[in-house]
Design a protein around this ligand. Sequence first.
Ligand code: ADP
Ligand code: MG
Length: 830
Amino acid sequence: ESEPVQVEVEVKKPILEHPTINVQVKRDPKIQVARLKLPILGEEQRVMELINENEFVIVAGETGSGKTTQIPQFLYEAGYTENKMIAVTEPRRVATVAMSARVGYELGLSSKEVSYLMRFEGNVTKDTKIKFMTDGVLLKEIQSDFLLSKYSVVIIDEAHERSMYTDILLGLLSRIVPLRRKRGCPLRLIIMSATLRVEDFTENTRLFKVPPPVIEIQSRQFPVTVHFNKHTYTDYLKEAFKKTVKIHTRLPEGGILIFVTGQQEVNYLVKKLRASFPYRKGVDYSSLINKKVNVVDTALDSEPDDIESDDDEVEKEMKRIRKARKKAKRKTIKLPKISLDDFDMPEDDGQPDLVSDGDSEGHLSDSDAEESTLTPIIKSNQQPLWVLPLYSMLSTTKQGRVFEPPPAGTRLCVVSTDVAETSLTIPSIKYVVDTGKKKMRIYDHVTGASAWRIVWTSQASAEQRSGRAGRTGPGHAYRLYSSAVYQHECVPHYKPDLCTRPVDHLMLTLKCMGIDKVVNFPYPTAPDRMQLRLAEKRLEVLGILEKVEMRNRRKDDEEVLKVTPLGKAVSAFPLLPRYGKMLALSHQYNLLPYAITIVSALTVPEVMSGKTDSWPATGNMLLLGDPGVLLRAVGACDHSTETLSVFCAKYGLREKAIIEIRKLRKQLASEINLSVSGVNLVVDPNLQPPDDRQAKLLRQLLLSGLGDQVARKISMAEVKEGEDKRKYKYAYRSSDLDEPVFLHSESILRKVIPEWVIYQEMYETGAEDRKKMVMRNITAIEPEWLPVYVPFLCNLGEPLSEPEPRYDERSGRVKCHFKGTFGKSCWELP
Ligand code: ADP
Ligand code: MG
């Protein structure tokens, strides 16, 4: 008899191959000194050991700790570029260029070896070893080379930004990396992020079965005092200007960083600040340094406005500071008075930059320095502000200036959009002026049209922005809004980009990238799966996706929904696919100008208040229904010689709605011109209303996009005995509801009561006991059109022999008649 023996088996982690070469780099000693100050440098060995031993690694660290500039260098020195490249993705163009230039410079390599690539621009060569690119570019590369065989490492930078492309890349790479390993040539994925929400990546078992190791880079962050405004003013640019003036005239040396929302605002503030504190080339300003009071770490001034706190401690501190200040008897330089109205807002686009190009020393050229028309009074003892713009579309040379020290005696002041929040770290910033605002793309969930809106930043962004003041020493952050706004208006985080897009749009975008299983895709944060399933179904009905049989190694043949050629065309339109489809088809019939007006009008709520009588019509124009009324109303506004407000009042239109529609129409037109090849759409104010034939085509177009939202009149014969027939005058049967649905009380089609209609929206109205479903924005259709525009929902039998099939010369097809039904309820088709 033998005893059972316990044997301990050691499960060894399979060895992951890694390069063992050391590439020698000769760095400029100056660079070496600067590098040694970066917190990540002390961690080089730990970082490289983890990367060598793991396929997935997360590096989290404060902005400015050296992740983006140093980790590619570590990899280079460790031999990762010996026969393959390193890819680094950035969500922003500005960082792509700036970081490739910096890494190349630090390594002493040219742009031939450390290069960048983004849409429309790049400097990649056959010798490129480290390739910075926008996330969208890598995604494109995956579509032609799924295994990314050119790369040994992929670094996804700024993963916390959660851009749509970054999230998709992470999902794809979580599958590509194991495949590469099976092929015997491992690929490593390094996810780099600021210290935000790392758990979205580590706690997601769909993304990574085993949570990847996280390296946290501890970095020295100096204390930053945050000052809230007592009041929140709407003109935040004016506030930003005032605060910057105060900082510059009253507080000790140190760079100022101002956060605003966009390029236009950046240029505006740059212009105003330069005019107020001009810099002239050739003048020696060095004697102006340190002229100001030397009160370090103080609130800006004694106005209660600047600090809001019920904390006694703070109040005491303030008193102390005020006393100290009086003692110091500072000499403040009096500022020339400028009112905001002195300068016109620059135009939206085509705005020339105020920093001129072509001056390699980083000075302003003479012409710039002599902006005398903008300069009210120049006092010789006034310290100039060295004001620089920073935003995503700024040219490469101009971007670089923010990293160079300002001319002696001047103070650096960078006016930036949120690119300076985490992507770029500007040295020697001591003061941050934060408007608390940012631009965000907001989608309309009915049509999918999007607009840029200025919104409050998230609390996380506010913290990041403030942190920028504490990189080189203690700093101050001035938030130009109250702490109540921070607590009640600012959300802790914004949702990832991928989760804020309308699902139909997301579905089509992913399908176009060749991602078949959109519902089960390993998202870092998953959108609602039920919604995705419904979207997939809708797109199939609309003919944008179709079932394709796929061979599968494990199972039997499998059906997946793939994008159709029509779907490809539709995806280029920046709208929900059903509206994109209308536009894509209208393009064929030259109806695009009408179609974009209709779609814009359908996006804006409550355009008119009930006066459909003002818009009489006949024939197809009448049958085009409510979209037709909207089209004529908008057209009439364009043609009217009266002012818009007078015209709107007369015809019961909401003026703001018309303005919004015009804006949307313009924006849609320009987006379509950008993204759909061969289209050059002009919004023509002299466009004539559609004729009867065009109106008929427009009805068909609307059907092509709304074909899953068909309703049919309830015939009086269907109404049960004893029920009040009058109640059913406007009652319809929709394809997916048991209860009747009604024509909207303001629909122009109440005059017609057509048998078959399509609607844009359906909603519930009425008090608790008299609830009913109402259709809005209705168009009459002909049932014969259904097999043509909504074939998916038609069940047709064999072709009939009577009337006889006939050959149509124009289309070259044989036309025959069918008997069939439509939809789930099997409505009989004529
Ligand atoms: P992280 O990616 O962790 O936010 P970075 O690698 O971008 O940090 O930055 C590290 C340091 O390198 C920062 O202090 C930054 O100011 C500096 N730096 C980056 N680009 C330049 C440049 N072009 N000139 C001078 N310093 C730069
Ligand atoms: Mg970085």
